[in-house]
Ligand binder design. Structure first.
Ligand SMILES: O=C(O)C1=N[C@H](C(=O)O)C[C@H](O)C1
Length: 290
């Protein structure tokens, strides 16, 4: 399998009564695929997964699976938690979903194990998982750094197919990792403003909440770097990085939902506590860039 391209971690739209807006979710899923997205990601951070009930998570997964089945598109599903045993159980449960092509598994958060503990966590998971794993490396959310040496060892594990790399910049470990990747292991950008920079260094694509907006341009950016059109890629990359930065001016996905609501693509801009809706200035700043 390849992780190439732009994958969209779908938001979870809510209706006026606070319930899941399934039709809007389905509409968004089709719209981003129409614009060239390589695949969908269900139940990522952007989906406010922590604030969804078990029943709602199932409904989101059913909707995304239906769309991916119809469109022959890959479907990645967020399946990480702080605990190895429950993460393994969540992965095993994915056997019931033949549309799921990979699981996005965060480095265990909050517990702050050593890097040896992180390695042992994923070593245990590869023995149980029915689908390939994409490691989600996001220290600012997990509180756990993973250096290049451990990332390379993780990349050599069977069933580990890549990393969603979101370290808040382009640091030395990122450069060193992309300079020498394990075989059959790909890097996806997971910090939207650094998408273009990571592509320039050899990333295969990205999982990008901000690519709900101007999806086709994010796709064009990936293709420009891939085809070696650096001049075009640089100009487009600078513009899209500015757009992404403004989408992340407040906690994700509050601004994004405000923008999608203004565009009439979702019924409300509602987010669930502890998230609070983005201010109108942040939403207008994004609308000015579109
Ligand atoms: O849900 C995701 O996957 C993403 N989450 C990141 C975050 O909220 O920190 C942002 C990224 O665009 C995708």
């Amino acid at each position: 399998m390849t992780l190439r391209g732009v994958h969209i971690p779908l938001i979870t739209p809510f209706a006026e009564n606070g319930e899941l807006a399934v039709e809007a979710l389905e509409g968004l899923a089709h719209a981003v695929l129409d614009e060239g997205a390589a695949g969908l990601v269900a139940l990522g951070t952007t989906a406010e997964v922590a604030m969804l009930s078990e029943e709602e998570r199932r409904a989101v997964l059913e909707t995304c699976a239906r769309v991916c089945r119809e469109r022959h598109a890959p479907l990645m599903v967020g399946a990480g938690s702080a605990d190895t045993r429950s993460t393994a159980e969540a992965l095993v449960a994915l056997k019931a979903w033949p549309e799921v092509t990979a699981a996005l598994v965060t480095v265990p958060s909050f517990v702050r194990p050593s890097e040896a503990g992180v390695f042992a966590h994923f070593t245990a998971l590869v023995e149980r998982t029915p689908v390939p794993l994409v490691i989600y490396n996001i220290p600012y959310r997990t509180g756990q750094s993973v250096g290049v040496a451990t990332l390379r060892r993780l990349g050599e594990l069977p069933m580990v197919t890549g990393v969603k790399h979101a370290v808040g910049g382009v640091d030395l470990d990122t450069v060193m990792l992309l300079a020498d990747l394990p075989s059959d292991f790909e890097v996806l950008a997971g910090d939207d403003p650094f998408f273009s920079a990571l592509l320039a260094l050899g990333a295969s694509g990205g999982i990008l909440a901000s690519a709900h907006l101007h999806t086709a341009r994010f796709v064009e950016l990936e293709q420009a770097w891939r085809s070696g059109d650096a001049e075009r890629a640089r100009v487009l990359g600078h513009r899209l990085s500015a757009l992404s930065a403004s989408v992340f001016a407040e906690p994700n996905p509050t601004v994004l939902k405000g923008v999608l609501h203004s565009q009439g693509r979702i019924p409300t801009a509602s987010v669930r506590l502890p998230l609070v809706p983005a201010g109108s200035a942040s939403i207008e700043a994004v609308l000015r860039l579109l």
